[in-house]
Design a binder for this molecule. Structure first.
Ligand code: ZN
Length: 472
């Protein structure tokens, strides 16, 4: 009985092996040709991404074992150089094993491992990181990483200088962006010499990071590759335009926009010799005039401040929000334009505070500037403005647009009185003001003025130690 069982077992094992191999997938011929004798060689392929397969090969010989997984795109221009590089690595390891055997005069156990990480950038651009590890006598002796960026649309490799503007970014810049811990491990001279041509670096981009693999030759001590990360937000200015959207995520794009806005403001604050003027528009928003004014400001890339009545904000919430969206400042001009010098404390409270609350509710921003109607205010108004963190802002040039209702007159007054640091009073409720604005913007631009918000102008003055600005 026992004999019978044994006889039936062998064919079953062979069948199982064949089934197993069929399940693994297509058995392909080795794409490598190393001129040595192996006990066994197995090659299979695994599809990992559209258009890219990972060819896996294991080998066993007397003195060492090897494992390689190499990306395969069926595009010869891409696959061939990668294969050559992989073969070179394996051959040099083979030499190392042989030399060690001669040196020690005994057989050594070695293992060569090459595994590939594939990072998809978009539907046709990929990063490969080929990780090589050398093990001798059960110990890892060495590791290095080789990277490629491939484009399946153009059947070509993309180099560092294809993606980054290497006229602007140099190895010194990269060095300066490394953290202190990384710097300690890297030999600065070797790093800068080797990467004087940045196309020599091994790099990938992943999760809005530039990851650079520093191989042992550039390291102070280690025989293992060091991976260092540099946030792309620090390098985005050096990414070539066509690749900017490909390389960085939408959320980082948004973050960069915010940072740039802040930077622009900072720059503005620091430029003390600038020729700035603040246009202000009171009593709106108005359904037609405000929009016309916004259009003109946009044409001249001018920023302005709109002192709004909260009753009008309630009535035209979309226009109030459009003002903010266009990058202008929205400020408080009371609830109903009552003369604060002619009313009681309760009404002053309402006019300053209710209006502030309404603006917050409608637009989500908290106004920090208050302009009293008619420029009329008293100590109660000053105290309440202080308590509610609203600076009182008047003006230095009154265009009298409310009185003249004449575009030519508004233009003449503004141009004649214009000077750096001026705050110009206008109203976005009169058609004649909207008509005068393009002429004013045109002439003042020609004279070299830049149009800023009141808060921006104030920061400039605060920098100079002049203090809050209350008009003339
Ligand atoms: Zn007013």
């Amino acid at each position: 009985m026992a004999d019978k069982k044994k006889r039936f077992k062998w064919p079953m094992i062979i069948m199982a092996c064949i089934l197993f191999l069929l399940l693994i997938g297509k058995i392909t011929q080795s794409i490598y040709s190393i001129d040595k004798e192996y006990i066994s060689v197995k090659v299979n392929s695994e599809k990992i991404e559209k258009g890219i397969k990972l060819m896996t090969e294991t080998k066993e010989s007397d003195s060492y074992t090897s494992f390689m997984s190499i990306p395969f795109s069926k595009i010869e221009e891409i696959d061939q150089p990668i294969n050559y590089w992989a073969i070179e690595q394996e051959e040099s390891f083979y030499e190392e094993v042989k030399q060690t055997e001669v040196l020690l005069d005994e057989d050594v156990s070695g293992h060569f491992n090459l595994h590939t990480d594939v990072y998809q950038i978009n539907d046709h651009i990929y990063n490969y990181a080929l990780n090589v590890e050398h093990f001798l006598q059960n110990d890892r002796k060495y590791s290095q990483v080789k990277t490629y960026m491939i484009d399946l649309q153009t059947n070509s490799f993309l180099s560092f200088s294809d993606i980054f503007d290497t006229d602007k970014i140099k190895s010194e810049n990269i060095w300066n962006l490394l953290n202190d811990d990384s710097k300690k491990q890297i030999n600065e001279t070797s790093f800068k010499e080797n990467f004087s041509n940045l196309d020599n670096i091994n790099w990938i981009v992943n999760n809005d990071m530039l990851i650079i693999y520093i191989n042992p030759k550039q390291l102070e001590k280690s025989n293992d590759t060091l991976a260092v990360e540099i946030p792309l937000i620090k390098l985005h200015k050096n990414i070539k335009k066509p690749y900017l959207k490909i390389i960085i995520s939408d959320s980082l794009t948004e973050e960069i926009k915010q940072v740039e806005k802040k930077d622009a403001r900072k720059k503005l604050q620091l430029d003390k010799d600038g020729k700035y003027i603040a246009l202000t528009f009171d009593d709106g928003p108005h359904d037609q005039v405000t929009q016309q004014i916004l259009e003109s400001l946009k044409q001249y890339d001018a920023k302005a401040t709109f002192f709004m009545l909260s009753n009008n904000v309630k009535y035209y919430p979309d226009i109030a929000n459009q003002v903010l969206k266009d990058g202008h400042e929205l400020a408080n001009h009371s609830e109903s334009h009552v003369n604060l010098n002619a009313t009681n404390k309760k009404r002053i409270d309402d006019e300053l505070l209710n209006s502030k609350t309404v603006i917050e509710e409608v637009t989500g921003i908290t106004p920090s500037l208050f302009r009293p109607p008619y420029g009329e205010y008293n100590q109660k108004v000053i105290d309440l403005a202080n308590d509610s963190d609203q600076s009182i802002i008047l003006w230095s040039i009154d265009t009298l647009d409310w009185k003249s209702r004449n575009a030519k007159s508004i233009y003449n007054i503004t141009i004649n009185k214009a000077r750096p640091g001026a705050i110009v009073l206008m109203h976005d409720i009169h058609q004649t003001t909207a008509d005068a604005l393009p002429l004013v913007l045109n002439e003042l631009s020609k004279q070299g003025y830049e149009f800023v918000t009141v808060s921006e102008l104030l920061t400039l003055f605060e920098d100079e130690g002049i203090g809050p600005y209350y008009g003339n």
